[in-house]
Every structure is written in C-alpha cells, then in structure tokens.
Write a protein that binds this ligand. Structure first.
Ligand code: S3P
Length: 168
C-alpha cells in the first residue's frame, strides 16, 4: 500500500462529497467528509459555525480534524474547499483535485447547496477566492480530474488510477 488515504480537494461545490461517496462504494472503502465530522462534533451547521465562532475558529478545527481522521488508513476523505489552503494535509495521502470551472459550479449547485456555503454568498469574492486557490490545488494534487462533466464520465479516471497504481 503506497498511500494511507485518498484525500479529495477542490473548490466549494466541485462535487468532492459525491465523488468521495461513489469512489468509496466502488472501492469498498470508508468515506469520511471533514465538514460533516466538524458539524457533528459541534452539533452545528457550517453556516452557524462561521456566524457564531468565525472562520478562524473553523480553520483550527479543520486542521485538527484532518489529523485525527488520517490516524486511520484506507479511507476516502472529502475536504472543505479551504482545507488545503489553510491546513497541512498529512503526508502519505493521495491527493486528488476535483477540478471544475467556477461557472460550472455555480450553475450546477442547487439553491439549497449554494445557501449552505457562507463563502459562496458574495459572488465577486467567491470568484476571486477561486482564482487565488487553483494554483495551490494543482500544486498539491498527484491526480487532477476534469470535473466539468457528469460524475459518471470522470469517476472511472480516478478508479482506474487507484486500481492500476495499487494505491490503497
Ligand atoms: C469552504 C468550503 C466548504 C466549507 C466551508 C468553507 C471554503 O466546504 O468547508 O464553507 O473555504 O472553501 P465545501 O468545499 O464542501 O463546500
């Protein structure tokens, strides 16, 4: 086994959670979503955590959580879009970048999914956040997948890579 875990990174709404769940099903692995872990730990939504405690507090939690989660091996882990920017992803993770264009993300997200994301509410700010972050996502990733198409079209790229390279 070359890597301990598979860690999915990418901008908000790029589909990391859906990809992670599908991959976990194909590969018979456990799926963990960092945002969901944080929400259950605090028994609060991401929106409320940002509103009541602030972004900095959330970033500290993210770093703690990814360290805690990666103590276990063999999992598919979806991160929040800001995690790789503000935290260090433990070594020995296979980092996969779910790469979708900003406009594709905006068009694809339902109103409900859009509303769950505090940093997506101001479109101009979100667009510049996107532009700031993509270089880091690309730099960190061992594998980048074009996620502008439907998940069924690109999921096999990730599955094949993992199986071919015997990474997990
Ligand atoms: C964030 C992304 C969100 C969530 C929080 C902050 C970000 O996760 O962690 O709202 O800074 O990009 P998703 O990438 O799942 O939307």
């Amino acid at each position: 086994m070359v890597y301990d875990n598979i860690v999915l990174i990418g901008f908000m709404g790029s589909g990391k959670t859906s990809v992670g769940k599908t991959l976990a099903r194909y590969l018979h692995k456990d799926f963990v979503d960092v945002d969901s872990v944080i929400e259950s730990k605090l028994n609060a939504s991401i929106n409320d955590i940002f509103k009541d405690r602030g972004e900095e507090y959330f970033r500290v939690l993210e770093q703690k959580c990814i360290i805690e989660i990666t103590q276990k091996k063999g999992q598919i882990i979806a991160t929040g879009g800001g995690l790789p920017i503000h935290s260090t992803i433990p070594e020995n993770s296979l980092i996969v970048y779910i790469d979708a264009d900003f406009d594709v993300i905006l068009n694809r997200l339902s109103q409900k999914e859009h509303a769950k994301r505090p940093l997506l509410q101001d479109e101009k700010r979100a667009r510049s956040l996107y532009a700031e972050r993509i270089a880091t996502y690309k730099e960190l990733a061992t594998l980048s997948v074009d996620a502008n198409q439907k998940i069924q079209i690109f999921i096999h790229v990730i599955v094949d890579f993992i199986l071919d390279q015997r990474v997990l």
